[in-house]
Write a protein that binds this ligand. Sequence first.
Ligand code: C2E
Ligand code: MG
Ligand code: MG
Ligand code: MG
Length: 279
Amino acid sequence: RAKALGRGSFQIYADHLAEDFNRRTQLESALRQAIDLDELYLEYQPRFRADNGQITGIEALLRWRSERFGQIAPDEFIPIAEESGQIVPLGRWVLDRALTEFSACMHRLPPDITLSINLSPRQIQSSDLDEDILLAMRLHNMPGERLDLEITETFIVEDYVDCERFMQRLTAHGVTFSLDDFGTGYSNLVSLSNLPLAALKIDKSFVRDLADRSNHLAIVEAIIQLGHNLDMRVVAEGVEDEQQLACLQQLHCDETQGYYHARPQAMQSLCERFSQADV
Ligand code: C2E
Ligand code: MG
Ligand code: MG
Ligand code: MG
């Protein structure tokens, strides 16, 4: 009987695996047509100064509404795009679309707010990402100072030398870099401190439990201290309530981002909300 049960649960497990695999394969092939079918769009989530609430920048976040599968979350399709290599054309699309939309609105937004774009490790490995970015900046008349690139620890760990060269080439043009999801990766702190990083973004998993878990409070406090000692700004992501914000303010976190302030939204609506023109 135990044996039968064991087999039964194995069968369920195997069925799940097969289902997952099927969905993945289907999403992967649907994703290949997403650009041509015009199924992709961007939303933007603002960041704010923790002390006075002023907007400091906006982050572009990729969205996919598939004709066949409906709305698919980035946490599901980005890993598929990374593994299949499609993140390279998708990343180019994001860069071009974000710069197009941002440069159309830029003059109505406060003067030094930045546009942040997320990059995946695969994008840097595939040839001329730095040239692509510089070209897109020229094309859209985008000053380097207005562009911020979010990279992760994986990005750095996979090829430190290439990564450093890439970062230096772009920082020479005024572009800044932020380290996303900090605290969840495996990077070496000495290597990190040698890279031209302007900001650390504390992963939202630490922010979520700030009030309930004293170890998370200790970690957040240490990250803020570390960032400041290395002359970096520290940004907390995933701020969902007033309590979390108050706690981050008390710890002298520089900037906050999260549903409490604003959800990711279309450029048009952001532009209306933060417009400086005609005031
Ligand atoms: P990320 O770059 O760390 O972005 C933050 C994620 O947290 C976003 O999820 C955002 O919608 C979500 N978020 C913001 N505020 C809150 C909050 O208060 N509470 C909670 N629970 N979540 C919040 P999203 O848009 O689903 O994106 C997930 C991840 O997908 C991103 O994490 C990023 O790693 C990746 N991604 C999104 N767009 C792109 C892209 O254009 N290129 C690349 N390479 N990756 C992207
Ligand atoms: Mg990000
Ligand atoms: Mg990320
Ligand atoms: Mg993050």
